[in-house]
Design a protein around this ligand. Structure first.
Ligand SMILES: [Zn+2]
Length: 117
């Protein structure tokens, strides 16, 4: 991958880029509920929430906002742990919502099939 390029795969709902600090770390961000949201405003890309590269040695933290990098504060070890716990809760809530939606789909399908008999 080239530095300064955000690679986006809509098909695989994911993005990838080289860490913006220049350390050479590869950053892969899933674009799905509970993870990152990509906004495209007239070709200007923003990702939300911020990118915290806690598993890279640099532990850089930044926002990708309207095609620009906006550096954020460095997190302490305790803040990284709290952030990871928070992210896990957000992801679990999104997964629960998705599973509930899937259950509703199968229940509606089952109800439809039952109504035929
Ligand atoms: Zn880095």
């Amino acid at each position: 991958m080239d530095d300064g390029v955000l690679y986006i795969s809509e098909k695989f709902s994911t993005s990838a880029h080289n860490c913006c600090c220049g350390c050479g770390g590869k950053v892969v961000l899933p674009l799905k509920a509970g993870r990152w949201t990509l906004k495209n405003r007239k070709g200007k890309i923003s990702l939300s929430p911020s990118v915290g590269n806690w598993s890279l040695e640099c532990q850089s933290h930044y926002w990708i906002d309207d095609n620009a990098i906006r550096w954020s504060v460095q997190f302490t070890t305790a803040e990284i742990a709290a952030n990871r716990a928070h992210d896990a809760k957000v992801l679990e809530a999104a997964n629960q919502a998705r599973r509930a939606q899937e259950r509703n789909f199968w229940q509606r399908l089952l109800d439809r099939v039952k109504s035929w008999f």
